[in-house]
Design a protein around this ligand. Sequence first.
Ligand SMILES: *Cc1c(COP(=O)(O)O)cnc(C)c1O
Length: 399
Amino acid sequence: MPLFNVNDNYQNPTAEGYYGDYGGAYIPEMLYSNVETLKTQYLQIMYDPIFQAEFQYLLKDYVGRPTPLFLAERLSKEIGATIYLKREDLCHTGAHKINNTVGQIILAQRLGKKKIIAETGAGQHGVATATVCALKGMECVIYMGEKDIERQAPNVARMKMLGATVIPAKSGSKTLKDATNEAIRAWINEPNETHYIIGSVVGPHPYPDMVARFQSVISEEIRKQLKEKTGSELPTHVVACVGGGSNAAGAFYHFLNEPTVQIVAVEAAGHGVHSGLSAATTQLGSPGILHGSKSIVMQTSDGQVVEPHSISAGLDYPGIGPLHAFLYESKRGIFLSATDEEALESAFHLSKIEGIIPALETAHAFSVLPKMNLKASDVVVVCLSGRGDKDLATYMEHL
Ligand SMILES: *Cc1c(COP(=O)(O)O)cnc(C)c1O
């Protein structure tokens, strides 16, 4: 049955942060000691019992975990398979992002940092970062593309209300890639006092592994909850949308070495994969270095990053995390895509059929279900990464 070999390397990159050929830490000299400290200490800090006690406490009483695993009955009937929704939209602040920011803020405290910087696309990571900074009384500066500041106004207001400074990135496409460039630049200017909370499984090692481990609580819970509901810990498929890939990494993590579980990643095809307005990185990209690690990157033949497009700010990114590049290349995961229009349609449909308004990012994951040729015996878990409140302005244009 398995079409692939399971590989320990999926959960455990090499000491230098490689998943197969992808990963590593390609950073300027100025950041070397900072990243090196993180690299030598992160596992020790994360798995220290006192750290774990605080992390688990905050996940439970602040974030609201465990999040439910919900049997979507009407959707299941329509698709012809059993579909469960992992309700990350019910996390405090409305998406999975806070699982990671809670972990990283405790880590930043342990490292004696005074200030936090972060990049954000849809604003969910910015809000999740501003939230934990407020919780811990830390200074917080968020970099956000000027275009995203316009299309995600409610999240900008939330960040400001939480006490963060929001700095617009005005270069390039004025979206997530540009915000990340600005955040890295700021980090280089004051690396010692500052911890950079990266919001996805991207960036230099150890960030991709660290973020995947913080987010892996998602699949840890899915296994337990599925066992209670079906008698088996293993679904036949796990489906998640991929921007940088953190909700997907979290949902896949504890299934990566289970050969019977099909991993399905969904990228944003924008106006269509080959339309010139797309963010379907695996379909359009090639090996390259972006934001500190080697991965698959949308780029021209001479290595210029191609401006991506997606209706959802959280998927509007020209790369993917190195773990996902390796899942794609080794065929451990199937990579599908959904267009802007398909995502919008799915968002409206899920709202009507299950009473859940998903984030535009999340809606991409639902778009592929009818195309998966599912059988009645299949048990599918879809990672419902976030709620749609932040996207209401976009939804209103299409009502
Ligand atoms: C940020 C975001 C994403 C995309 O980021 P990943 O790191 O790929 O998970 C997806 N869904 C929601 C709701 C988000 O806020």
